[in-house]
Design a protein around this ligand. Structure first.
Ligand code: UVW
Length: 329
């Protein structure tokens, strides 16, 4: 087991603070240049589109952690209101909402439906913003941790990503195939930097500056079988921070709940890779990405690179965002 000193040493090695200026809030997304965007577009050869987003609904992966429920979907207007609630609804409804709606629904063929969702922004397929995780009272690039307030993140929020978006070359590293696993990487064997290199070599793909690397662990396929959002798995070891740093990638995403291995590997802290990536490197993490169909296609044609389009939603001051990432080959 490594120590907090080992962790801090690696933090010093991979820290990107000041690399793109003292006011930078994009972090490693700065590696995505216009040339990179153009290169990625050139990878589209067959028009095959893969949606990497999962369903946002009541049977999603949340619930096991009490602070994160699954999305709650509420209809705020539906066409049935025209036939029933406008006529028979309670007085408060008739005197307020119905008065407005009757303008649309009475003596008028027009009908409409509206809805809303209440959910943690971390509920399903998501990006962690750089302000999601910190330590020693500092966010990425040295911004004070108390700049994330009850009104939201004034630094490193997900809204800081939007001007640049996330459109780049994606590279899939298929750990399931590499380990010959049945469905998913069972708990107990964290993925090491050396193994990431082995997988890339075996797939004959290079990981380059500005790429988003997708780690296929099979966890999402497993979740669809047993609906157990707490199923332990093997994820990236904390030492992979060096690998992600050395390859100058733009971001990393996986098909499991945390990207990193559930076993910390550092005595005295949980989630060291989150801290090294988000706070020290300024590298965003994508979680709960569905890589099943994409990995099957990559195995079939031997092509593990593609155009990836995955812009977060622009929630002001939010520390994360749902996303529906698209891979195109
Ligand atoms: C935390 O880091 C707390 O959560 P997540 O794994 O969703 O990023």
């Amino acid at each position: 087991m490594a120590s907090l000193n080992d962790f801090r040493r690696l933090g010093d090695d991979v820290r990107n603070w000041g690399r793109w200026g003292d006011d930078d809030e994009l972090g490693t997304l700065n590696f995505i240049t216009v040339e990179k965007v153009a290169q990625a577009a050139g990878l589209v050869r067959h028009g095959k589109v893969f949606s990497l987003g999962v369903d946002f609904g009541s049977s999603g992966p949340q619930g096991a952690f009490q602070y994160r429920p699954n999305p709650i979907h509420v209809m705020t207007v539906d066409g049935g209101d025209a036939e029933t609630l406008v006529k028979y609804g309670p007085d408060w409804f008739k005197n307020t909402v119905a008065q407005q709606l009757s303008g649309y629904f009475v003596d008028n063929p027009f009908r409409f439906n509206d809805d809303m969702v209440i959910m943690p922004l971390q509920a399903a397929t998501q990006w962690d913003a750089l302000s999601h995780v910190y330590y020693d009272d500092k966010l990425y690039n040295g911004f004070p941790a108390n700049s994330v307030t009850s009104l939201g993140a004034f630094h490193c929020g997900i809204d800081k990503v939007d001007p640049k978006g996330i459109t780049t070359r994606g590279v899939l590293l298929d750990l399931v195939r590499h380990r010959g696993a049945q469905t998913f990487l069972e708990h107990g064997k964290p993925i090491t930097p050396e193994e990431l290199d082995e997988v890339a070599r075996a797939q004959d793909v290079t990981v380059e500056r500005g790429d988003v690397v997708l780690i296929h662990t099979g966890w999402w396929a497993r979740f669809l079988e047993n609906r157990d959002g707490t199923e332990p798995y093997s994820g990236l070891d904390w030492r992979c921070a060096s690998w992600l740093h050395d390859h100058e990638i733009a971001a990393v995403a996986a098909d499991n709940l945390m990207v990193e291995d559930p076993v910390s590997g550092i005595e005295g802290t949980i989630l060291p890779l989150h801290m090294l990536c988000l706070r020290d490197m300024g590298l965003m993490l994508g979680e709960y990405w569905d890589l099943t169909a994409l990995s099957a296609d990559c195995a079939a044609d031997g092509v593990y690179e593609f155009q990836l389009i995955a812009p977060p939603l622009r929630f002001t001051g939010a520390v994360g965002s749902p996303v529906n990432p698209i891979a195109i080959k």
